[in-house]
Design a protein around this ligand. Structure first.
Ligand code: MRU
Length: 365
């Protein structure tokens, strides 16, 4: 996608082929900064401290993290150390594990001296694959928006989204936003209700920024407004992303997603989840029981990051000092509340049968 007319991905190799550049999402929306990752430690820090975030981008960064590690130490022990270090960064997005397994499969059979070049090539392929997948998700989701647009004639289609499952969360295009960008390109009038997404405000900081850059009409709302808007007919559909979807269609996503799904069900609003296949955890069935939910620093709840009138960006305490806080970062929406999944192979029911219909090779795996 474009930033001030310049096409960007969220992650790309530097010219020397031995370092990696990312959009530093900690600075957005107040500044647009590029950060350089020069080592395994940098890549691990970038994921854990959320310079990069979003399940597909976490996966791509982990892949490049392995490549950086192979420059430092391409031995078997070096490969194992890289996997271990990166695996411990964030627990919920299964794309991380998927990318590490893909890197191991490509690198383990090779002699150490060949691993660094092969690792950069495999990481680049993972990044390219993510872009192609998200494009396909956009194509698969477009008819869902177009059908509502046809019913509404010239009135805009109101889409509610939670967190940032946009191009900043992937290598390009986004998952939940891909059908929205496709619809906007196709001349369909769309308007997005952007949940601010406490505590880290990925909606306010990131989704609002990227939709604004691309001229997509939007309105920022507090997280608790969605149900009210749905009751009044102001939301035509919900589209969110996911960090891990089980083989039977339970969906782990940013904390608060479940409440949106409940409200959508009560109000008869379709609730869609857009996801690339590397986000499916075929080894899990019961999302509520089995998906590991990341607990993050309570300081993200007690202190909000923002820009003061003097232009300085910093944390602001929003509660009495020493207030105990909890910060579960994700929740699980049971498959029964999901209208359908939008994948790169098409749209399917959120069920074991639905997913197996689109990915039959998984039945044989
Ligand atoms: O904590 P984050 O910002 O990494 O959480 C991101 C989300 O919850 C996204 O919805 C999800 O990763 C899908 S991104 C295409």
């Amino acid at each position: 996608m474009r930033v001030d007319g310049v096409p960007y991905r969220t992650i790309w190799p530097a010219e020397d082929g031995r370092r990696v550049r990312v959009i530093d999402q900690r600075a957005l929306p107040h500044a647009f900064r590029i950060a350089e990752l020069a080592s395994l430690a940098d890549a691990a820090e970038a994921i854990a401290d959320m310079w990069v975030r979003g399940a597909p981008l976490i996966g791509a960064t982990a892949a490049y993290g392995v490549a950086l590690a192979m420059v430092e130490d391409p031995s078997d022990a070096g490969l194992a150390r890289a996997e271990d270090r990166l695996r411990r960064t964030r627990p919920t997005a299964v794309n991380l594990r998927w990318a590490l397994e893909a890197m191991r499969a490509a690198l383990a059979p090779l002699r150490p001296e060949r691993r660094a070049a092969a690792a950069f090539a495999r990481a680049a392929a993972i990044a390219d694959e993510d872009v192609a997948i998200n494009r396909a998700i956009g194509a698969a989701g477009l008819p869902l928006i177009a059908a509502i647009a046809a019913r509404k004639r010239d009135a805009p289609v109101n889409v509610l989204t939670h967190c940032n499952a946009g191009w900043l969360a992937t290598v390009d295009w986004g998952t939940a936003t891909a059908p929205i960008y496709r619809a906007a390109e196709a001349g369909i009038a769309v308007h997005v209700w952007v949940d601010e997404t406490r505590p880290r405000n990925q909606g306010a900081a990131l989704t609002a920024w990227e939709l604004g850059r691309h001229g997509v009409p939007q309105t920022l709302i507090v997280d608790n407004a969605g149900g009210h808007l749905m009751q009044r007919g102001a939301v035509d559909m919900v589209i969110v992303g996911t960090d891990r979807t089980t083989a039977r269609g339970d969906v782990a996503n940013k904390i608060g997603t479940y409440l949106k799904a409940l409200a959508a069900r009560d109000c008869g609003v379709p609730f869609y989840v857009a996801l690339p296949s590397p986000t499916i955890d075929w080894s899990l069935q019961d999302g509520l029981r089995d998906v590991p939910i990341e607990e993050r620093d309570p300081a993200e709840v007690t202190d909000v990051l923002g820009r003061a009138p003097d232009g300085r960006v910093g944390p602001v305490r929003v509660c009495p000092d020493a207030t105990p806080a909890a910060n579960p970062a994700f929740d699980v929406t049971p498959a029964r509340l999901v209208t359908a999944l939008i994948t790169e192979r098409g749209v399917c029911p959120a069920s074991a049968e639905g997913l197996a219909g689109l990915f039959p090779e998984r039945l044989r795996a």
